[in-house]
Design a protein around this ligand. Structure first.
Ligand code: HEM
Ligand code: HEM
Length: 199
C-alpha cells in the first residue's frame, strides 16, 4: 500500500481495481491478525512475574507463534509465485516503491519474529513444541547465555519496530480511503471498488 496524492507523475496500473486473489486475502488476514494477537499477547506476557506459573502462558505464545510462522512461510512462497499485486489505482512511482519496501519489511519481520523466538527457546535449552507436539528438538543441554541474550534482544526490539511498521501500514491504508475512488482499502477487505482515472 502507498500514501500521498495522485499527480501527473503517476505509475499506470495494469490491473487497477482488479480483485486480490483468494490466497492473498486469506494469508494477509490470517498472518496479519495472528501477528497483531501475538504482539499484544507477547507484551502482556512481559508483565507477568517470572516463575512456574508463567510457563503455560509462554507455551501458548510459542504454539501460536509457530502456526503464524508456517502461514508466513506460505505467504512468502505465494508472493514469490504471484509477485506483488499491482496498485488498486494510479499511484505515484515513489508511492509504489515505498509500498513495496514496507510490505517487504512486514513480510521479513513476520519471519524474523518466529525465527528469533525459536532461537531464544533453543538457547534456553528447551525444545519447541506446538500444543504439546514436539517440532524442534532440544539442541543444547545447558542455557547458551550469549545466544539467549542476542535472540531475546532481537525478538524484543523487532517487536517494537514491527508494531511501528504496522501502525504506519494501517495509517497509509486509511489515507488511501480518504481519496475519491481509491479501491486500496476496499480491495484488502475482499471488494474490487471503482477503478480510478488520473486527474
Ligand atoms: C487492520 C489491519 C490492516 C489493514 C487495514 C491492512 C491493509 C492493507 C492494505 C489496504 C493493503 C494493500 C492491498 C493492495 O495492494 O491492494 C495491504 C497489504 C499488505 N499488508 Fe496489510 N493491513 C493490515 C494489517 C497488516 C499486518 C498486521 C501485516 C503484517 C504483519 C500486514 C502486511 C501486509 C502486506 C505484506 C501486504 C502486501 C500484500 C500481501 O502480501 O498480502 N498488514 N494491507
Ligand atoms: C510472529 C510471531 C511472533 C511475535 C509477533 C512475537 C511477539 C513477542 C513479543 C511482543 C514478546 C514480548 C517481548 C519480548 O520479550 O521479546 C514475545 C516474547 C517471547 N516470545 Fe514471541 N513472538 C512471536 C513468535 C514466537 C515464537 C515462534 C516463539 C518460540 C517458539 C516465541 C518465543 C517467545 C518467548 C520465549 C518470549 C519471552 C516470554 C517471556 O518469558 O516473557 N515467540 N514475543
Amino acid at each position: 500500500m502507498s500514501i500521498g496524492a495522485s499527480t501527473p507523475d503517476i505509475a499506470a496500473s495494469r490491473s487497477g481495481g482488479r480483485r486480490l486473489s483468494a490466497p492473498t486475502l486469506l494469508l494477509h488476514w490470517l498472518v496479519g491478525l495472528g501477528v497483531l494477537g501475538l504482539l499484544a499477547y507477547g507484551f502482556w506476557l512481559q508483565t507477568l512475574p517470572s516463575g512456574a506459573g508463567k510457563a503455560p502462558a509462554v507455551q501458548i505464545h510459542k504454539s501460536f507463534g509457530m502456526l503464524v510462522f508456517g502461514l508466513a512461510l506460505l505467504r512468502v512462497a505465494w508472493r514469490c509465485h504471484e509477485g506483488f499485486p499491482e496498485p488498486a489505482g494510479p499511484h505515484r512511482h515513489w508511492e509504489r516503491r515505498s509500498a513495496i519496501v514496507l510490505h517487504s519489511f512486514l513480510m521479513a519481520a513476520t519471519l524474523l519474529m518466529p525465527i528469533t523466538g525459536i532461537l531464544r527457546s533453543l538457547a534456553y535449552a528447551r525444545p519447541v513444541a506446538v500444543f504439546g507436539l514436539p517440532v524442534i528438538p532440544k539442541l543444547f543441554e545447558t542455557k547458551q547465555e550469549l545466544l539467549y541474550e542476542i535472540s531475546s534482544k532481537l525478538h524484543d526490539s523487532l517487536a517494537f519496530v514491527l508494531a511501528g511498521a504496522i501502525a504506519l501500514h494501517v495509517a497509509a491504508a486509511l489515507i488511501h480511503q480518504t481519496r475519491a475512488g481509491d479501491a486500496t482499502l476496499g480491495r484488502i477487505l475482499g471488494g474490487r471498488g471503482p477503478t480510478q482515472t488520473p486527474g
